[in-house]
Design a protein around this ligand. Structure first.
Ligand SMILES: Nc1nc2c(c(=O)[nH]1)N[C@H]1C(S)=C(S)[C@@H](COP(=O)(O)O)O[C@H]1N2
Ligand SMILES: [Mo]
Length: 521
């Protein structure tokens, strides 16, 4: 630098660059925290990183760490990460003065760590990376804006005549810095409030003791216990998640109400207490999404407990002309369900528990609908608060309004889970296995085909009813080379699953799940 005042200027300005870095950094963290709390009721990326470190750290370190501050007290780990980040932010702020690329690289690296940590949690979805991406954008924008004004401020350092301009530039920088700090505080508060609502609901959820709700007890013979295929019972934290709720409703049981109205003789309003004091029905039911591609993962099987809808609807007295129930959730999502599916004797229920525990918030706490035999989009309303008995002709629901089929009965399907597609196996006897399902009708058999040859029967496991998936396995004699394996299910009525390929839109995919394996001699 040409001036003789270099030393003084550099130290004082270096301090402002550091402050800018810190403010930009904190803004990104605050916004990602708020976004995480609002979007998917999980912990913030920083907490995900803390958990990731706790999971990853090698044995002795974990033992020491857990001994030192206990798992429940991951706060200390989070605090440590925040302090570390504060130092990094200061350094990145200072670096921005001369090496903008280094600052960008630093933000990129931090965001990448956050993204990896967030995606390592069970059931990651697109929503999970939004807070990280938002934080990254906030870092870049805030730092770019603050840096711009710091640079102008430095440029006005020259002649005496520039004193006014310098003061003005400096003021603008301070105002922007103040705004950055203010938005951070606001973001922190929003995150805090949203997080509190979630924690309150979660705490009251854990305290619920539901009479008549029993723990799941795996029926005999349902599982082959094979490695690599879906466990017959899907644990709740591994169960697929689908909903349009940007902000997941956090409703305490005491605040929940359901209205049954429309084409009925008597309108009914139920509180949670009213609901759970009725007789509880329980069953194993497989739920799947209409968007599940052939061979896809949008399916799970759980032990559901709740109150049968048939009895509630009978008490309301539906009009004979009614053929639909328009369900509405607390977040405004709607679906139209055939009235007959809710009253025909199947175990259609207002579920209050999943796998023996009150419903997880993201699976619809306190109450959701479960209807065996129908895809989720026409039946499985989470956070359900309103049932209007009506006619299909008079309604349009969320997905059916977008071109999806009106009734949504589940189609027969099956998939190969082992070997996995593209796997290399040894020649000889190869175990091939997976699941098949056709809720309400049931599966009588499963067949496997090698390279378009004859369909060979597979062995199928037991099921407690027709509403769950069934595990199947076959031992194939495979010669060295590349082979194509296919599976199809046979319905209880003898009808084989069609091989005609259909897209998920408008009413569910069809076709045979097909994989390639390489057999080594
Ligand atoms: N409130 C609400 N309920 C909903 C949805 C939704 O978007 N909002 N999606 C439905 C769809 S398409 C499916 S497949 C199931 C998925 O339930 P799960 O997330 O518990 O697996 O929920 C159904 N219930
Ligand atoms: Mo779905």
């Amino acid at each position: 630098m040409p001036e003789c005042r270099i030393g003084r200027v550099r130290t004082s300005r270096g301090g402002w660059w550091a402050l800018a870095g810190l403010l930009a950094g904190v803004l990104g963290l605050a916004l990602s925290y708020a976004a995480a709390a609002l979007l998917h009721v999980r912990e913030s990326p920083v907490v995900a990183v803390a958990e990731g470190i706790a999971d990853l750290a090698p044995g002795p370190v974990v033992t020491w760490a857990i001994g030192a501050f206990d798992k429940a007290d991951k706060k200390i780990l989070v605090l440590g990460i925040l302090l570390f980040l504060a130092v990094v932010f200061v350094l990145l702020g200072r670096a921005a003065r001369r090496r903008w690329w280094l600052t960008m690289l630093g933000y990129g690296a931090l965001a990448a760590i956050g993204a990896v940590a967030v995606l390592a949690k069970p059931n990651p979805g697109v929503n999970d990376v939004v807070p990280v991406a938002g934080g990254l954008v906030a870092w870049l924008v805030a730092m770019a804006v603050l840096a711009q004004w710091l640079r102008r401020w430095e440029l006005t350092d020259g002649g005496e005549g520039a004193a006014r301009e310098r003061a003005q530039t400096r003021r603008t920088f301070f105002v922007l810095a103040g705004i950055t700090g203010g938005v951070s505080v606001a973001g922190g508060l929003v995150g805090r409030l949203a997080g509190d609502a979630r924690r309150r609901t979660e705490a009251s959820r854990r305290l619920l003791r539901l009479e008549g709700v029993t723990a799941p007890d795996l029926p005999d013979g349902v599982s082959f216990g094979l490695e690599g295929i879906s466990p017959w019972q899907t644990p709740s934290d591994r169960f697929y998640l689908i909903d349009t709720a940007f902000i997941k409703p956090t409703i305490e049981a005491a605040d929940w109400q359901l209205r049954i109205h429309g084409m009925v003789e008597r309108e009914i309003t139920l509180s949670y207490r009213d609901l759970v004091s009725r007789e509880i029905t329980e069953d194993w039911i497989t739920l799947n999404c209409v968007s599940n591609e052939v061979g896809g993962d949008l399916i799970g099987n759980a032990w559901w407990s709740g109150v049968r809808l048939a009895g509630l609807l009978e008490a309301a007295g539906p009009h004979p002309d009614a053929d639909a129930v328009l369900q509405t959730s607390a977040d405004g999502w709607t679906c139209g369900t055939p009235l007959s599916a809710l009253t025909d004797g199947r175990n259609a229920m207002l579920a209050v528990a999943m796998n023996g525990e009150p419903l997880p918030i993201e699976h619809g706490f306190p109450v959701r609908t479960i209807v065996p035999g129908l895809y989720g989009y026409v039946s499985a309303t989470k956070w359900v608060v309103d049932l209007e008995v009506t006619r299909f002709d008079d309604i349009s629901a969320y997905w059916t309004g977008k071109g999806w089929g009106e009734r949504g009965p589940v189609k027969i399907s099956s998939k190969i889970e082992v070997p996995s597609n593209g796997e290399e196996v040894l020649a000889g006897e190869v175990v091939c296995a997976g699941v098949a399902w056709f809720q309400q009708t049931g599966i009588s058999g499963v067949q496997v085909q090698v390279d378009g040859g004859r369909w060979q029967p597979a062995e199928i496991a037991r099921t407690p009813n027709t509403d769950t998936w069934v595990q199947w396995r076959a031992v194939l004699d495979l010669e060295p080379g590349t082979h194509e394996l296919r599976v199809r299910a046979i319905a209880a009525d003898g009808e084989p699953q069609t091989g005609a390929v259909a897209d998920v839109l408008p009413d569910g995919a069809t076709g045979w799940d097909t994989i390639q394996v390489t057999v080594n001699g």
